[in-house]
Design a protein around this ligand. Sequence first.
Ligand SMILES: *[C@@H]1O[C@H](CO)[C@@H](O)[C@H](O)[C@H]1NC(C)=O
Ligand SMILES: *[C@@H]1O[C@H](CO)[C@@H](O)[C@H](O)[C@H]1NC(C)=O
Ligand SMILES: *[C@@H]1O[C@H](CO)[C@@H](O)[C@H](O)[C@H]1NC(C)=O
Ligand SMILES: *[C@H]1O[C@H](CO)[C@@H](O)[C@H](O)[C@H]1NC(C)=O
Ligand SMILES: [Zn+2]
Length: 509
Amino acid sequence: MKISSSLLLAALTLVSAGDIHATGGPDKGPGKPDNRELVESNKLRRGLSRTGLLLHGVALQAFADANGKTRAFGTKGHNATVSYIKGLLDRTGYYDTYLQSFPYTFSEGSGTFSADGTDYAAGYFTYGPAGEATGTIVPVNNFGCEQSDFPAEVAGNIALVSRGTCEFGLKVALAGNAGASAIAIYNNAAGNLAGTLGAPSRPDGPYVPAVSLSGEDGTVLLAAAQAGNLQGTVHVDALTEARYSSNIIATTKEGDKNNIVMAGAHSDSVSAGPGINDNGSGSIGVLEVALALTKYKVKQAVRFAWWTAEEFGLVGAEHYVANLSAEEQSKIALYLNFDMIASPNFGYFIYDGDGSTFNLTGPAGSDHIEKTFEDYFRKEARLPSAPSQFDGRSDYGPFLEAGIPSGGLFTGAEGLKTKEEAKLFGGEAGVSYDVNYHEAGDTLANCNVGAWIQNTKAIAHTVAVYARSLAGIPRGAGVLRRRVAIPKSISTNRKFACGGTHNHNVDRI
Ligand SMILES: *[C@@H]1O[C@H](CO)[C@@H](O)[C@H](O)[C@H]1NC(C)=O
Ligand SMILES: *[C@@H]1O[C@H](CO)[C@@H](O)[C@H](O)[C@H]1NC(C)=O
Ligand SMILES: *[C@@H]1O[C@H](CO)[C@@H](O)[C@H](O)[C@H]1NC(C)=O
Ligand SMILES: *[C@H]1O[C@H](CO)[C@@H](O)[C@H](O)[C@H]1NC(C)=O
Ligand SMILES: [Zn+2]
């Protein structure tokens, strides 16, 4: 699909004139009877519009284009996204909205690496310091997770170590302790590596300039370094600074605020790494449902959230949950997460909340949410679905840790579609769910609009079901919520797909 500039103009004109979705809301004018009905799945789904999804997509695209091609947190493109979403919600009069603004350390950079005059493709680790170093490339023993793994010769030289066993941040800090002038970490499997040091600093030692290398290059370099006297140069350019950005929180004015149905997505895109972009399908799907809901009454209050800084590690959602008192947490009946919902080679994946497939069971009620989605796909949409690993590595993680039942949808990322999945969903087996992702070109053309619409309908269905009734979700004073620890060993390695925001930079190990 080609999005023309006239469609963009139409989108922005419509949006600023308030022509889309401005009809809902409790304020129907003086004297007019309020004849709105209780929300119902079929009706809410009929209120969704394909044009709405596409127009919001065009708007977000325009914000990115006008602001250095990114909507990463801490940039004007992200703030424009936040203003756009909040503005549309406020116009309905249906929600109490607020921006939860807070500072977080922003980091971006790039790295180069060469050895004996040959350049190797190198990546930057989020939070790595800038700097340049030249010296002998010294292999580190084991995985560089113990100080004793670093031989004395790394002092003043470049440490070379494999990914694995412990966090990148620990390897870099221990290299700093050992006096290394820089470190190169190579992938322990084929392919490139990118990740984060996890925090701007850590107590184990000082960071030194760090670059990532592919598994293939790492193997070649290790052999050459072991053969003797391999000279290398590491160069890192980096910017690290505190930046303010905002979560958007919108709660229906109506409904039981002691039993809140919550749904969220994140509003930031990744920063402009090579070939990395985001098209916000999850945040737009949630927005479209939030706008359609304004025509109806709700029994339970419904709260929508658009999180900031997911790219930097679920920061917005973590900040939100950490800032809730225990009482406020207990008022949230459940949380629904929508992140990547329009991957081009998609599958309809539902978080495995009951642990039946991936053995991580959510707080009681998560099983019910999974079943609600499954039943919807099977009986209403008449579409296949499959379970998706429920690993807490998106914005629902902090909710699981707080014992709040959670669920959500996912259309797949960099993983390869299996033969069975291709039979089930169509598309190509042996190809990534997001194969088009890295191609430059039209944003919306990269999204599977059909999957996007189907998933947005599934969001609407689930919101409608739980806004009417919390049957199946344990509630009440006697209910003890089981907090679920997110296993540290799970490394998501998820690049994000069209509209997604799972970022490779989230990997810490
Ligand atoms: C974005 O919004 C936040 C919160 O209002 C503000 O503090 C920050 O300066 C803004 N950032 C940019 C880049 O405009
Ligand atoms: C949440 O943040 C607000 C504003 O910073 C603060 O006043 C409040 O004490 C925080 N609440 C909790 C429970 O952390
Ligand atoms: C499932 O998880 C539990 C708890 O983490 C663990 O004890 C058990 O061994 C796991 N089972 C399988 C089949 O992986
Ligand atoms: C969406 O992705 C395309 C390419 O895949 C990119 O050009 C565009 O800037 C992205 N849009 C947004 C809003 O991030
Ligand atoms: Zn994500």
